[in-house]
Design a protein around this ligand. Structure first.
Ligand code: ADP
Length: 629
């Protein structure tokens, strides 16, 4: 029979396995046992929900057997099994492309890392076996099939005999090579210790026949006999007492189950009894998954009903702002065959969600207070999500999130919470000031911020798109309003000062109108400003839409572009101002050119380009030429 070829992607992974120099080859057993357990889950779950009668939980098990002489290790399960098509589709292709997708994103990472940290699944068998046979019979069919392969050359599928449904994975263990010994995988004690290490929590018994010896009756001689032993404790890690589980156990479980290559930054293990009874085991990853900020990402926790997995990603258990949390919830209050639609309306589930929400917040707060460095690492990866979460819920969850926010502070020169900011506010400061820009350096240079800084007030630097939007849905923190340094009223001028600006404004009314005329619709107003110190001018916006918001909204897809109502503000104390007054009196044409330059440079300081850079440059050159004359 001609061998069929593996799909290209599969072949790559397979090659990686066969030629792996990875030292932890032992994980192959974990992978195969986990597949066996999944296969039983599938059948057991169907048995419960589709009323397949005659199957009870006690009927299920995974068996290991060793034939040392022939170098064969077999892993058998009586789960759902596979049809011929399933054998070809599942084992000839990689269904879950997680590891490969990851690999593409992280070309620099060592292959070894990926093998060790990601569930590579079935192909891991090829790290220890020179030939793999999969003898399987689907619970839906009468015939059995045997898939076999010696590696990347391809595989064959042929009819076979097998009693009952399920799958036997038959491994022909490699011969020892110069530096590699494979004998250990034929040693029952070694196999037992691997099961305990990696697969202890598997919820079905993993059995193995062991040869033991005992003293013969009425004699001093020993005889050997064999006995089937269950190797695993079958208690899932989340059902164990916290003090029975080491941090390492949690990390291993997390990496194994949730395909991360790094330890979680926080583990939350809680059990609750009362109004709703559940165990939750949650993990906060160290960094966002490669697809976290993409459309492909799906949030959710695994949901178990009394130990049986009923949903792999239950989105309703996690609010969007905490979508990065991985983990599971096991509740005995949920019915096993509850449908997705019903789950959404389930009151128990809502109750669990709101408890988890509070729990996650309190864990994050405790990290913020007790382990600031770690929290800032976390913030690096997920701060954006907390802010998006706040914005997209229209601020309805600001109580949950506002204490968790961090922003860069102009005075502290590092990240600060809002609470810390407020704690440092001098008594006469009314608002929480912020300034927007695409980098800390750029914001540092913003002319609008000069007056606020001059007063010694601290400014929070908003460098991310979402930042200012947060203040739109959460206008105040602890009753202190947010105020942009570009806003019309900074709340800093005394009545007297206000009066003076107003007077100056009136006196220069015609000049301002002339400049406005030169700029046309590009600005909606030209006015004098008290916020500027050393700069001659700046650009602000009136109304609801700031320049920053115009930029962010403009970058989004969609026809309708929102425009900020731009205001060119001039500094009447700047040495340039009398020049403008003179030009207004004598040389309107040059004034118009100056208007162009003032507006252009104000844009540049905002990090924006003049609408017509060529025209801007032409005016600039003309003025330079005149200087020469
Ligand atoms: P994964 O388990 O992550 O999907 P694998 O490469 O380990 O990836 O397995 C591929 C597929 O083969 C599984 O999704 C499953 O459908 C099927 N499979 C593997 N082992 C078994 C088994 N013991 N019984 C039934 N199906 C299995």
């Amino acid at each position: 029979m001609a061998a069929k070829q593996f799909k290209a992607e599969s072949k790559r992974l397979l090659d990686l396995m066969i030629h792996s120099i990875y030292t932890h080859k032992e994980i192959f057993l974990r992978e195969l046992i986990s597949n066996a357990s999944d296969a039983i889950d599938k059948l057991y779950y169907r048995a419960l929900s589709e009323d397949i009668t005659g199957l009870s939980r006690d009927d299920f098990s995974i068996s290991l057997s060793i034939d040392k002489d022939n170098r064969i290790l077999t892993i058998s399960d009586n789960g759902c099994g596979m049809t011929k098509e399933e054998l070809e589709n599942n084992l000839g292709t990689i269904a879950k492309s997680g590891s490969l997708a990851f690999k593409k994103e992280n070309k620099a990472k060592e292959d070894i890392d990926i093998i060790g940290q990601f569930g590579v699944g079935f192909y891991a068998a090829f790290m220890v076996a020179e030939q793999v046979k999969v003898l399987s019979r689907s619970y839906q069919g009468d015939s059995a099939w045997c898939w076999q392969s010696k590696g990347s050359e391809g595989y064959t599928v042929s009819p076979a005999e097998k009693q009952g449904h399920g799958t036997d994975i038959i491994l022909k263990i490699k011969e020892n090579a110069d530096e590699e010994s494979y004998d250990e995988f034929l040693d029952p004690y070694r196999i037992e210790s691997l099961v305990k290490k990696y697969s202890d929590y598997i919820r079905y018994p993993i059995r193995m026949e062991k040869t033991k010896s005992r003293k013969k009756e009425d004699s001093d001689e020993y005889e050997s006999y064999s006995e089937v032993e269950t190797l695993n404790s079958m208690v899932p890690i989340w059902k164990k007492n916290k003090n029975e589980v080491s941090h390492e156990d949690y990390c291993r479980f997390y990496k194994d189950k949730f395909f991360d290559f790094a330890d979680p930054i926080r583990v939350i293990h809680s059990s609750t009894e009362g109004a709703s009874t559940y165990n939750a085991l949650l993990f906060i990853p160290e960094k966002p998954a490669f697809d976290y900020y993409s459309r492909d990402f799906e949030k959710g926790l695994q949901l178990y009903a009394s130990g049986v997995l009923i949903m792999a990603k239950c989105a309703d258990l996690l609010p969007d702002c905490f979508s990065f949390v991985r983990g599971l919830v096991d509740s005995q209050d949920l019915s096993l065959n509850i449908s997705r639609e019903m789950l959404q309306h389930d009151r128990q589930l809502k109750l669990i969600e709101s408890r988890l929400e509070k729990k996650i917040k309190s864990e994050l707060l405790s990290m913020l207070r007790n382990d600031r460095e770690k929290y800032e690492d976390f913030w690096q990866g997920f701060g954006r999500q907390l802010k998006y979460g706040l914005y997209s819920a229209f601020g309805s969850n600001s109580e949950l999130l506002s204490d968790l926010l961090l922003f860069y502070s102009s005075n502290e020169k590092k990240l600060s919470t809002l609470e810390e900011y407020i704690g440092r506010m001098p008594e006469d400061q009314k608002y929480i000031y912020y300034a927007c820009g695409d980098s800390l350096e750029r914001i540092d240079q913003l002319p609008q911020a000069e007056l606020v800084k001059d007063k010694g007030y601290e400014i929070l630097y908003f460098t991310e798109d979402v930042d200012e939007f947060v203040t739109k849905v959460m206008p105040a923190y602890k009753e202190k309003e947010f105020r942009s340094v570009s806003s019309e009223d900074l709340g800093l001028d005394s009545d007297e000062e206000k009066e003076q600006t107003k007077k100056q404004q009136e006196e220069n009314g015609d000049l301002l109108t002339a400049i406005k005329k030169a700029l046309g619709d590009r600005v909606s107003e030209v006015r004098l400003s008290s916020r500027l110190k050393s700069a001659a001018c700046c650009l602000t916006a009136k109304g609801q839409v700031s320049l920053e918001m115009e930029r962010v909204l403009g970058a989004m897809p969609g026809e309708q572009k929102v425009k900020a109502e731009r205001v060119l503000e001039l500094n009447p104390e700047h040495p340039l101002f009398p020049t403008l007054q003179q030009l207004f009196a004598g040389d309107q044409e040059t004034l118009a050119n100056y208007a162009e330059l003032l507006y252009g440079q104000a844009l540049l300081r905002e990090g924006m380009l003049p609408e017509n850079p060529a025209a801007f440059s032409a005016v600039l050159c003309r003025l330079m030429e005149e200087k020469e004359k």
